[in-house]
Design a protein around this ligand. Structure first.
Ligand code: PBG
Length: 329
C-alpha cells in the first residue's frame, strides 16, 4: 500500500507542537468588558437572562474595573441606566449623567489607567420610548427622525469625551452620525479622541437580554427602520465605507457569531482596526447550554471567541471577558 506523503497529524501530536503552529490567539488585552452602571450605592442587581452580569452602582463598577485591570483586560464599554428617562433622552448628554460621572471617577483612579474607556453613544437607554433617536408620531405611525437625532447624538459624544472617554462608540445607526460627532468633538477640543463606529449593526433578536440589562426595549415598534437587515452583506460594506469617509477611526461589527461572514468581508476589504461585539443573546444562549450541562463551558466559550478572532476581529467586546482572560492570561 502507498503511505501518505503528507501527514497533517504530525503537527498535532503534542500540546507543545499544536501551540507552536497555532495561527490565532486570544489575549486578555484584546477583550473589552461591558458594564451597565446604575444609580445608587452597593447595587449589584443580577440580570436574569445573563448569568454573572449585573447592573452595578458606580462603587461596585469600580471594583469590577479593578478586577479587569488584574486580569489584563483591554478596556471597558460603558452603558448607563439613568434614574429618569424622557422623550429626548436628555440623560445621555447631561454633564452629571451616569456615564459621565462614571468616566470621571474611573479616570480619577490612576490604578485603572491600563483600561481603555469606551462610551457607547446612543439614546435608547435614556429615552422613555426606548428608541435610539428622536421619535415623531403621526397617528398610528411613528418614525425616528434622522437629522434631529444627529444633533442630540453629537452632543452626547462631545459630553462623553469631555468626561474622559478614550473612545466614542456610536451604536444608534443614524445616517451621518460619525461626521456629526466628529465635528462636535473637534469643536469641543476633543480632536484626539477616536470614534469606533458600530458601522454594521444588524437589527437582531440576539440583543434581547441586553434590553433587560439596559432597560432599553422599544416601547412600540422595532429598530428595523434604522438597524440593518440581517440578509445584507453588500449593504454592510457600504455602511462601513460611509463611516470611514465620515472619519471613523475603528470599526465594530455586531452581532459577532451569527455574522462571521460580515466580519471576514470587512477584514478583507478595510484596513481600519476591526472589532466584533459578541452580544447578549450569544452569551445567554451559551450559558443556557452550560446550565443544562449540554456544553463544556470553558471550551465552548473559548471556541466561540476564537472563531470571532479567526474571522478577522482584532478585538472582541464580550460578557465572557473576565472568564476568558482568566483562562488565556
Ligand atoms: C444601544 C445598544 C444595544 C446593544 C449595544 N448598544 C441595543 C440595541 O441596539 O438594541 C446590544 C448589545 C448586546 O445585545 O449585548 N443601541
Amino acid at each position: 500500500m502507498d503511505f501518505p506523503v503528507t501527514r497533517m497529524r504530525r503537527l498535532r501530536r503534542t500540546a507543545a507542537m499544536r501551540s507552536l503552529v497555532r495561527e490565532t490567539h486570544l489575549r486578555p488585552s484584546s477583550l473589552i468588558y461591558p458594564l451597565f452602571i446604575c444609580p445608587g450605592e452597593g447595587v449589584r442587581k443580577p440580570i436574569s437572562s445573563m448569568p454573572g452580569v449585573f447592573n452595578l452602582s458606580l462603587d461596585e463598577a469600580m471594583k469590577e474595573a479593578a478586577e479587569c485591570v488584574r486580569l489584563g483586560i483591554g478596556g471597558l464599554l460603558l452603558f448607563g441606566l439613568p434614574s429618569e428617562k424622557d422623550e429626548e433622552g436628555t440623560g445621555a448628554w447631561h454633564e452629571d449623567g451616569i456615564v459621565q460621572q462614571s468616566l470621571r471617577a474611573i479616570k480619577r483612579d490612576r490604578s485603572l489607567d491600563s483600561l481603555t474607556l469606551i462610551a457607547d453613544t446612543c439614546l435608547c437607554e435614556y429615552t422613555s420610548h426606548g428608541h435610539c433617536g428622536v421619535v415623531q408620531t403621526d397617528g398610528d405611525h411613528f418614525h425616528v427622525d434622522n437629522d434631529l437625532s444627529l444633533h442630540l447624538l453629537a452632543k452626547t459624544a462631545a459630553s462623553q469625551a469631555a468626561a474622559g472617554a478614550d473612545i466614542i462608540a456610536p451604536s444608534d445607526m443614524m445616517d451621518g452620525r460619525v461626521a456629526a460627532m466628529r465635528s462636535a468633538m473637534d469643536a469641543a477640543g476633543k480632536q484626539d479622541i477616536p470614534i469606533m463606529s458600530y458601522a454594521a449593526k444588524f437589527a437582531s433578536a440576539f440583543y434581547g437580554p441586553f434590553r433587560e440589562a439596559a432597560d432599553s426595549a422599544p416601547q412600540f415598534g422595532d429598530r428595523r427602520g434604522y438597524q440593518m437587515d440581517g440578509a445584507n452583506v453588500r449593504e454592510a460594506m457600504r455602511e462601513i465605507e460611509l463611516d470611514i469617509r465620515e472619519g471613523a477611526d475603528m470599526l465594530l461589527m455586531k452581532p459577532a457569531g451569527p455574522y462571521l461572514d460580515i466580519l471576514r468581508a470587512a477584514r478583507d476589504r478595510f484596513e481600519l482596526p476591526l472589532g466584533a461585539y459578541q452580544v447578549s443573546g450569544e452569551y445567554a444562549m451559551l450559558h443556557a447550554a452550560f446550565e443544562r450541562g449540554w456544553l463544556e463551558p470553558e471550551r465552548a466559550m473559548l471556541e466561540s471567541l476564537l472563531s470571532i478572532r479567526r474571522a478577522g476581529a482584532d478585538f472582541i467586546v464580550t460578557y465572557f471577558a473576565k472568564e476568558a482572560a482568566k483562562l488565556v492570561g
